[in-house]
Design a binder for this molecule. Structure first.
Ligand code: PRP
Length: 175
């Protein structure tokens, strides 16, 4: 597995995450905020974004799987780990690493909305431009990207490369 090139550097990620954290802190000032990371991919953005948020915040995690080992979405979403916490009446911010087809978040939003949170909002580091198969209202987007298969900063190929500190484009001929 080889990285063809860096798409978003460590510095660019840090700068954007600082901005997103400041914006989220301002928007939720005085509110009881719970951030929900969608594992596994979101663990890195969750850790960095949480440190850029300056208001009190609680954490929870969900784990879902939509891709298996493939590079294309299957459209099948499985909940592998549900929230530990009740979210009724809470302000919930879901944190994702990437929105591709949008099917994962669309499913998650539908399953969390019935629990009647006070608000339910999405923050994602990356969104692939214009290819969502379902309409999705996303409040915070770090970067709009193209259709390339990206890895690093939480994103994997076949379980690997999540630990890269930047977002890279995988050289698919090296797989
Ligand atoms: C990735 C990513 C999102 C989802 C986005 O997760 O973290 O959850 O795919 O794709 P979509 O918009 O097409 O639904 P994945 O299923 O690869 O699991 P992982 O986070 O454990 O790597």
């Amino acid at each position: 597995m080889r990285i063809e090139r860096t798409l978003i550097s460590e510095e660019e990620i840090a700068t954007r995450i600082a901005d997103m954290g400041a914006q989220i802190s301002a928007d939720y000032e005085g509110k009881d905020l719970m951030i929900v990371g969608v594992l596994k991919g979101a663990f890195m953005v969750m850790a960095d974004l949480a440190r850029a948020i300056t208001i009190p915040v609680e954490f929870d995690f969900m784990a879902v799987s939509s891709y298996g080992a493939a590079t294309q979405t299957s459209g099948v979403v499985r909940i592998l780990k549900d929230l530990d916490t009740e979210i009724e009446g809470r302000h919930v911010l879901i944190i994702e690493d990437i929105i591709d087809s949008g099917l994962t978040l669309s499913y998650l939003i539908r399953s969390l909305r019935v629990r009647r949170p006070a608000s339910l909002t999405i923050a994602t580091l990356l969104r692939k431009t214009g290819i969502q198969r379902v309409p999705l209202d996303v409040a915070y987007v770090g970067f709009e990207i193209g259709e390339e298969f990206v890895v690093g900063y939480g994103l994997d190929y076949a379980g690997k490369l999540r630990n890269l500190p930047y977002i890279g484009i995988l050289d698919e001929s090296s797989i």
